[in-house]
Write a protein that binds this ligand. Sequence first.
Ligand SMILES: [Zn+2]
Ligand SMILES: [Zn+2]
Ligand SMILES: [Zn+2]
Length: 305
Amino acid sequence: MRLKTNNLEIDMLTYNEVIALRDKLANGEIGLESAQAQYWKDFKEGQKSWYTKDWKERRAKIIKDKCEICCSKETLTIQHLSHPKKYSEYLREITRAYANDYIDNNSEIDKSKFIDHVLKNYEYVPIPLCPNCMGKNPSERVRKIPKYRCADCKHEFDEAIYKSAIELISIFYEDEDAYEVRDKCFVSKDKWKNIHNLSHVRYWLQREQAKNKDAEKIGKEAFLFYLNDSIQYLSFDDTITLCKKCAFNFDINRMELCPECKQYYKGLQYPTCIQCLPEEKRKAALESIEFGNEMREMHKRLGID
Ligand SMILES: [Zn+2]
Ligand SMILES: [Zn+2]
Ligand SMILES: [Zn+2]
């Protein structure tokens, strides 16, 4: 669907088109790449769907004729109670789940492959060891000779001992909880400069393997979740109609459906909605909505918001 607004021209799928796209992807009629191309064509994540005619028309059918908190009919807006997640968030969640599954079933990595991986992708920063007790606590002394003193066995020495990366990996393959291999002494060579111990290194390698093995499946699952969120958002199912004042309040006070009337909304801190309060309390509550908004607007004007 194509429409023109003052200075914008956007192609965005309508509600029904998104549903059709989701169904085609789910039953395998189209692939992930094609679904994403159709959905994201001319569309940036977070773009405002209210530029579309479809959205405006369906919104007009959904919006109620009065505020669902205070019954006012002034400047009504629709408030969404849930917000869609980003595709990248779903992708990360599902990758993690696939990785955990993969690790449970493929915990073995060939040792020589692991050594290649570590040497290629990590900088090894070895820790100095005491030559007497092999403890990890030699303290370096600036002024005194010999240079080191072991905090554990009190031995003094000039040359600390270092284990090579390959030695550490061998120990790791014998016993992954061994004292020698717990330290985070591997720094990733990529831009993140992550500091890992050997079991972290192995986790990220396996996660990468899981991701590559099931890239298409993971992407598809994540994109289906993402499309479902968009459909939910576009459906206006999880929305309430609010006047301008209550919409202001709503953003800072979390609301839930009133247990008395199951029709109007109330702040979590109140037992019932304003409508269900006894006359006197209702007046006070309406005044406090008014007051809250005036305070906020004053704060905004004074720049202390
Ligand atoms: Zn209201
Ligand atoms: Zn020592
Ligand atoms: Zn009520």
